[in-house]
Design a protein around this ligand. Structure first.
Ligand SMILES: C[S@@+](CC[C@H](N)C(=O)[O-])C[C@H]1O[C@@H](n2cnc3c(N)ncnc32)[C@H](O)[C@@H]1O
Length: 211
């Protein structure tokens, strides 16, 4: 996104996209320090208002994230849901999980956010109950294996936001592996009668409603 567009959007949002920006900055600092192999890319702060809209739409009480990183989006989601909403967030990298745990404790958010350590593909089958909101922001090569659990862990009206579709469509990640997994995931999700899915061009997220 062009800098001028970003600035215009920030002006329009007038502070509504600024929540937990310090955690966003810490995530970027960590990634820059750890170089190429680190995938701690926090979501764009311009997406923060999306979580407020989705939390209101679903009357969210339970949210789930795959790919916690430093805890930035988990914190945004928890704040969007308010004090009666709980966020579970899955993180495969023990160092990232430790950083997030500390950061969330320091922000008095650890009661409202639970970090589950392990890979999404191993932990999703063990989760129980229904979530109002899901955010998939970890390893896209696992996405096809998530589909049966997406159905099981949602109720009609739940919303699933899937990030990291860029390797298939363009922008960052064009040279990364895993394009067939993204294609398979999106094709199945779009055709699944339990979901209505919109792929956001440019942003390369998808938004699915469970029906
Ligand atoms: C793009 S970052 C997530 C950033 C976070 N959602 C945010 O916006 O602040 C991806 C994170 O997912 C973790 N990860 C990668 N593969 C994973 C997997 N299969 N299961 C769970 N976490 C995974 C990485 O260690 C990294 O911390």
């Amino acid at each position: 996104m062009k800098k001028t567009v970003e600035q215009l959007l920030m002006k329009i949002y007038a502070g509504r996209a600024d929540i937990h920006l310090d955690l966003y900055q810490l995530s970027n600092q960590h990634r820059r320090k750890h170089g190429r192999d680190c995938d701690m890319y926090p979501s764009d702060p311009l997406q923060a208002p999306l979580w407020k809209a989705i939390a209101s739409l679903t009357h969210a009480r339970r949210m789930l994230e795959v790919g916690c990183g430093h805890g930035y989006t988990a914190a945004v989601m928890a704040s969007a849901g308010g004090p009666n909403c709980h966020v579970d967030t899955i993180e495969a990298n023990p160092q990232h999980a430790k950083l997030a745990e500390k950061a969330l404790q320091e922000r008095d958010l650890s009661e409202r956010i639970t970090i589950l350590r392990g890979r999404g593909q191993n932990l999703l089958p063990r989760l129980k109950g229904r979530y109002d909101v899901l955010f998939l922001d970890g390893d896209w090569r696992e996405y096809p294996r998530y589909i049966p659990h997406l159905r099981r862990l949602t109720r009609p009206g739940s919303i699933i936001v899937t990030a990291n579709l860029n390797p298939l469509f363009g922008g960052w990640g064009g040279r990364l592996q895993g394009k067939p997994a993204i294609l398979s995931y999106l094709t199945r999700l779009v055709r699944d009668p339990h979901f209505r899915t919109y792929i956001v061009p440019g942003e390369w997220h998808s938004i699915s409603v469970r029906v």
